[in-house]
Design a protein around this ligand. Structure first.
Ligand SMILES: [Zn+2]
Length: 65
């Protein structure tokens, strides 16, 4: 289920900010952006929420259980 998003000025700014966070200042490891899809089901439908999370040594163990 790919969604086409129009890239505008806002997303460019966002990317520039994100690129600055490539290394974690705490553990000094590279931060990897991982797409995390959360499914939640209600009574008659399923909902998919797509999140991009940043993973480094600090939270790796929490995310990859
Ligand atoms: Zn870290």
């Amino acid at each position: 289920m790919a969604k086409r998003v129009t890239k505008g000025f806002a997303s460019k700014t966002e990317r520039a900010l994100m690129d600055k966070l490539k290394k974690c200042p705490i553990c000094d490891e590279d931060i990897v952006r991982v797409k995390h899809i959360k499914t939640s089901s209600t009574e008659n439908s399923m909902k998919f929420t797509e999140n991009v999370i940043k993973v480094c040594k600090c939270n790796k163990s929490e995310i990859y259980k």
